[in-house]
Design a protein around this ligand. Structure first.
Ligand SMILES: O=C(O)CCC(=O)C(=O)O
Ligand SMILES: [Fe+2]
Length: 440
């Protein structure tokens, strides 16, 4: 345990995450000096997008778990990535050079979700929210709304007819998102399926991946435990140095804090292995050497961010969405759901339910991988529905490049015949543009 670090970077309790995410993200970037111009989130069009009680209530980052040095770099937003740094485009400097602008599938037009460090204070129907740099905002608690409405929901949560799950979900025979058995002795076949699914859907599920079910159950229990910790005031602050203390504050009892840390550590170790395997396969699928794709995402500085989503029961699951359609800004997202069906993937403009399979991991290709692969792999458009009786939860881990790492189409995939379809830029700047709907 000595060199192990779990970073509790955030507790966004019971709030509409989009309001929060836009707020923190913009401020955060300003604060670390990436965007030099004085941009204020409030000057941008922050039309709050009301999800049905989507909650990113705790983000446990175990990215840089093996090195304090790396974690400090991460905190300062200066993850190494020297090799690709100095790519085109300066901080907040308008158009980025190099390669044609715009993206074939319109990554620009797709919303995204984001988490970041914060302190949250619940008081009555409001959440007072303060980010790591001291900026504050108040957000209404959606959990409160969930408990006051029995048969209907506030207008703001009713999605348009083009989005309502009851009207837009495909039912029937379509095979949907592929389920891949990682233990199949025919590994060539496994590789082929992964590569194909990443091109066609941008999403697949893996079973027999080698992560013991107890490890997954323990991870889930940490989130559930937090949920059952019902207090008027939940306050928690990121603390890189005093992590153990922070955990103790959060879980109140030392043994609980230790249990939570160990659960994440265990999961992180296993996940690392699964991720490496997937990235090697995806690298070969692009005609690169096994290690080249991971290297192009930051190599050993690749960040692992765990988020926990909580969706309370909703009286009108036909009208509302858990999270609206979005693509992840990550390179790869690896998600564990609970047993309440809800995740949906889009393909050719249609929405398909992703079948819940006990112990399966749902793999999403994220924006950075679409960019790196110059469009060969597809960042999957996905959303979640909610349930009338049951709360849904999910535990996605986002594999992301360090903030200051430059991502663009891999140089080996670009030539006269295959020009770059995406501009290269630092991951931080990518996120800023996407969150604020600035063309990439
Ligand atoms: O809850 C889920 O299954 C998906 C959540 C999600 O898409 C996200 O957190 O980015
Ligand atoms: Fe997502």
């Amino acid at each position: 345990m000595s060199d192990f670090m779990v970073h509790l970077l955030e507790v966004n309790v019971e709030v509409d995450s989009v309001q929060i995410e836009r707020f923190i993200r913009s401020r955060r970037i300003e604060a670390i000096g990436v965007v030099k111009s004085k941009r204020s989130i409030w000057r941008l069009k922050t039309v709050p997008d009301f999800f049905w009680a989507i909650v990113n209530f705790i983000g446990v980052f175990f990215a840089t778990m093996f090195s304090m040095e790396k974690s400090t770099a991460y905190r300062k937003g200066s993850g190494s990535g020297k090799k690709w740094d100095g790519g085109p485009g300066g901080p907040g400097s308008g158009p980025y050079g190099g390669g044609p602008r715009g993206t074939p599938r319109g990554l620009d037009n797709v919303p995204c979700l984001r988490v970041a460090p914060a302190v949250v204070n619940c008081e009555g129907s409001l959440v007072h929210f303060t980010n790591a740099f001291g900026w504050k905002c108040d957000v209404e608690r959606v959990q409160g709304i969930a408990s006051t409405f029995r048969d209907n929901i506030p207008e703001a949560y009713i999605r348009s007819e083009q989005e309502q799950p009851a009207l837009t979900t495909v039912h029937g025979l379509d095979p949907g998102v592929q389920v891949i058995d990682m233990s199949d002795p025919d590994q060539e076949k496994v590789h082929g399926l992964i590569i194909n699914a990443s091109q066609e859907w941008g999403m697949f599920q893996i079973i027999n991946h080698g992560i013991p079910s107890e490890v997954i159950i323990k991870l889930q229990n940490v989130g559930k435990e937090f949920l059952s910790f019902r207090k008027k005031r939940k306050k928690f602050m990121l603390n890189h140095q005093g992590l153990r203390k922070a955990m103790e504050h959060f879980f109140k009892k030392k043994w609980r804090a230790r249990k939570a840390g160990e659960a994440n550590e265990d999961y992180a170790k296993h996940l690392n292995r699964v991720a490496d395997k997937l990235l090697k396969t995806l690298s070969l699928g692009l005609g690169l050497k096994e290690h080249e794709l991971k290297e192009a995402m930051g190599g050993e500085n690749l960040q692992y961010l765990l988020k926990i989503n909580y969706y309370p029961p909703c009286p009108r699951p036909d009208l509302a969405l858990g999270v609206v359609a979005h693509t992840d800004m990550s390179s790869l997202t690896i998600l564990v759901p609970n047993d309440v069906q809800g995740l949906q993937a889009s393909r050719d403009g249609k929405w398909y339910g992703v079948k819940y399979i006990p112990n399966a991991l749902v793999i999403h290709i994220g924006d950075q991988l679409e960019i790196l692969s110059n469009g060969k792999y597809k960042s999957v458009l996905h959303r979640t529905t909610v349930n009338k009786e049951k709360a849904r939860m999910s535990w996605p881990v986002f594999l992301e490049p360090p903030f200051r790492f430059t991502i663009g189409p891999h140089p080996k995939l670009v030539n006269g015949e295959n020009p770059a379809k995406y501009t290269s830029k630092k991951f931080d700047d990518y996120c800023y543009c996407k969150l604020n709907k600035i063309p990439q």
